[in-house]
Every structure is written in C-alpha cells, then in structure tokens.
Design a protein around this ligand. Structure first.
Ligand code: HEM
Length: 417
C-alpha cells in the first residue's frame, strides 16, 4: 500500500467533482498519484485511489471493501415516493445481483451469467459484430459525418439488443430505455425527468419479463434465453433477479463500448502513420485495442465501501467510507506502464490494465467489448484509404462526466477504398 503523503494539504481544492478537471482529468490524476494517492476529495467526500497497485489491492480485498455501497438505494429526492409507488404498482423489483452485490450471493449470479457467456456464444457473437460493422459502414453518408451517431452508438446497441431478443424495428425504443436507465442513476437528474425515466425503465422491465416467459417455453440461441432457462442455487430466477441481471448487461455494455469505439477512432483519425501501420499489419489490431482501452478508460472509476475502520497509505478511513477507485489513473501509472501516455503496441503487460476492473467483479462483457473494438477498427481500416478528423479538434465534443469518458461527437471523413 502507498506511503503516507505529506503534500495532500497543499491542494485543498482539487476535486474530481469539478467539470474543468473532468474535461481533461489526466493532469489531476498525475498530481494525486504522486502527492496524495489516497485522497479525501473535498467535493465529494470520497477517498480517491489513483495508484495501480493500490487499486488492485483494494479491489482484491472483498472483505474490507464491498460493492453494495448503498449510494443509489439510500438517495432520497422529491420524486422518491412517486417512483417507489410506480415500481410497486408495476411489480418491478431491483435486486442486487452483480455489480452492486457482494459474496456470497454474488458468486451464484456470476456463475450463472459466466455460463451464459460460453466461448461458443462469444464466437457466434463475434461473427455478428463483423456483419453489423459492415452494414453500418455501408450506410455512411458521403462527405463528413459524425462517427458517434453513425457507428459508435449503434454497434454495441444492436449487439446487446439482439442478445436480449429485441427486434430491430424496436431499435429507437430500446435506445430510449437504455438511455433512461443510465440517466436515472445521475444524481443531478430533475424529479420530473426521474419519473419519466422510471416509466421507461418499467416498460423495459415488462418487455424483458414477457420475453423471458416466452423463452422458457421456446428457448433460442440468444443470451436472454440462456439466462431465462438458467437456475441459481438450484431454483429458477425470480422475475426481479432475471430483469436486474439483464439490465446490468444492457447498461454495462452500451455506453462504455460506444465511448471506447469513439476514443479509438479519434486516435486513428489523428494519427495517419498508425492507420497505415495497422492496415499493413492487422495482427496489431488487438494490441491497439488494448492500448485504447488502457489510455482512455471509458469507465474512469467505480466505488467501494469500507466495512471497518482502515488505514490506507497513512490515511485513516472510517467504517462506511466510500472509496472511488480510479481505474483510469491506475492505467496511466508509470510504475505499471512505462511511457503511460503513449500508444505502445508491444507492451508485454498490454492486457493487464484496469479498464475492466480487477478481482471477482472483473467485467463479464470484456471479451465482447474487446471483440467489438478489434472487429470494428479492422473493418473501418480495411474499407478506407484514409480516415481524418474534419475541422481538427473543433470537430470533437467530449463528455464531461464523473464516471464515463469519451467523445460524444466526432466529425470525420472516410476515404473509401
Ligand atoms: C469497453 C467496454 C466496457 C468497460 C470499460 C467495462 C467496465 C467494467 C468494469 C470496470 C467493471 C468492474 C466493476 C467493479 O469492479 O465494480 C465491469 C463489470 C461489469 N460489466 Fe463491464 N465494461 C464494458 C463492457 C461490458 C459489456 C459489453 C457488458 C455486457 C455485455 C458488461 C457488463 C458488465 C457486468 C454485468 C459487470 C458486473 C460484473 C460483476 O459485478 O461481477 N460490460 N465492467
């Protein structure tokens, strides 16, 4: 664990709640890694952890640091009574199954979903990724266009929608459900919008529950079918457990993969030499995708709660303290990755980054996400002579968010072969 820091007090105002810091967080991460690796953030009250080794040690100690932080569950807003009533009337229950759950019950759900993500299913999914990537490229307009709107949003969305049994004609509805589920977790949401998001969430839960019932009678090859027909501790899943698992797959796999795809394309569009190298040596696409994931960390950080008073790197944390494990900062720790801010295609530890977390909660969808990146970049480079950013940096709009990171608009032009 890190040595105590003496310089913490010198920067009493540095906070990750500051939009300016979030718009380009790398200098702040460097300061924190070097001067205050366990830092009580004055803006959020959380303990921010930024060194690679510390993050792994904490994520690996699931007795002292748990995932059920009770942050969302405990949040009361003026909309809370209405939302609770709506959920009750619709018989929708949110169950802690994976990312907000802890041992021992996390294990049972995790085993179930791990089985559903069998190597055979992942291989079949990989073929589909390539087909969808080519379909999306076929639909690119002539001239400049926004890569996020024409590709990065739709590839992961269509992959998950198919696996959850959502028919293509429901694409826009599915996107609205998916966006509402993510938006409902934003602490800054207005009560009116929170109620509207809840209505959409209920609609989605009802759709998924009905699909699950159909698939128990007539199973098919999709992921939702495998989960609908699986059992946990020798019994079928309840409706609440079933829907909660699916919603996590939906939320976990959508925006994160969109941001990773858009970030990767930004690097390609601004580095013609890298494009040429990858076109000539497509076997390097895997290394490139890993470097995009490490450098950009679409999910910058997540939370843990201390189950007991604990001293970390000389800082005393009370029981109940909320830790913010900043995967993104650990990924640029020079102790773990020399030349941390550069794309290096021959790192020996290229896959060891923290982008998918560490330990028992390690991302279930990592193989799917990795395949989406590799296949998409491969298809885009194979179908183009050159990809360039239109209007330079002015064509890029970046997300400013506490957890998510990536371009929300990326104006490019693709010179087709
Ligand atoms: C680039 C894309 C992705 C990134 C950056 C990402 C990131 C992460 C991270 C950091 C965790 C660890 C959570 C923790 O330790 O508390 C995680 C867990 C998880 N991810 Fe992903 N993810 C991605 C794609 C996906 C996809 C495609 C899916 C679903 C198909 C998915 C589903 C999940 C689920 C269900 C968990 C919870 C696992 C558990 O608690 O056992 N993710 N992800």
């Amino acid at each position: 664990m890190s040595k105590p820091s003496t310089a913490v007090g010198q920067r009493p105002h540095l906070t990750l709640a500051d939009p300016e810091v979030l718009s380009c967080p790398w200098p702040a991460y460097k300061i924190l890694r070097e001067e205050a690796p366990i830092y009580r953030d004055p803006g959020t009250g959380m303990y921010v952890v930024t060194r690679f080794a510390d993050i792994r040690a904490i994520a690996g100690d699931t007795k002292t640091f748990i995932n059920n932080t009770q942050q969302l569950q405990g949040r009361q807003t003026p909309a809370t009574p209405t939302i609770e009533r709506m959920m009750k009337e619709a018989d929708v229950e949110e169950v802690n199954t994976l990312v907000t759950n802890d041992p021992p019950s996390h294990r049972s759900y995790r085993t179930l979903v791990d089985k559903a993500f069998s190597p055979k299913r992942v291989a079949a999914i990989e073929d589909r990724i390539l087909e969808i990537a080519h379909e999306l490229i076929d639909g690119f307009p002539d001239g400049p266009f926004d890569f996020v709107q024409h590709f990065a949003i739709w590839l992961p969305m269509r992959m998950i929608a198919e696996q959850l049994g959502v028919p293509p004609e429901m694409g826009a509805t599915f996107k609205a459900w998916s966006d509402a589920t993510i938006e409902a977790t934003d602490p800054r949401i207005s009560p009116e919008r929170h109620i509207e998001c809840t209505r959409l969430k209920i609609e989605m839960n009802q759709f998924l529950a009905a699909r699950g019932a159909e698939l128990r009678i007539a199973p098919d090859e999709t992921l939702i079918s495998a989960i609908a027909n699986a059992s946990v501790d020798g019994r079928p899943l309840t409706k609440g457990e079933f829907c909660s698992l699916l919603v996590q797959l939906l939320v976990g796999g959508n925006e994160t993969s969109t941001n990773a795809l858009a970030s990767g394309l930004y690097h390609l569009a601004t580095k013609p030499d890298l494009q040429a190298e990858l076109r000539a040596e497509p076997e390097k696409l895997k290394a490139f995708s890993e470097e995009v994931l490490r450098l950009e960390s679409p999910l910058q950080g997540l939370f843990r709660r201390a189950t007991a008073p604990v001293t970390l790197g000389g800082v005393d944390l009370p029981e109940g303290a909320i830790l913010n494990l900043r995967w993104a900062a650990g990924n640029r720790d020079p102790e773990a990755f020399p030349d941390p801010d550069e794309i290096v295609l021959d790192r020996t530890n290229a896959t060891q980054h923290l982008t998918f977390g560490f330990g028992i909660h390690y991302c279930i969808g990592n193989q799917l996400a990795r395949a989406e990146l590799r296949r998409s970049f491969g298809a885009l480079l194979a179908r183009s002579r050159n990809i360039r950013l239109v209007g330079g940096e002015a064509g890029v709009t970046r997300l400013v968010h506490f957890m998510a990171h990536g371009p929300t608009a990326l104006e490019i032009e693709l010179e087709a072969v």
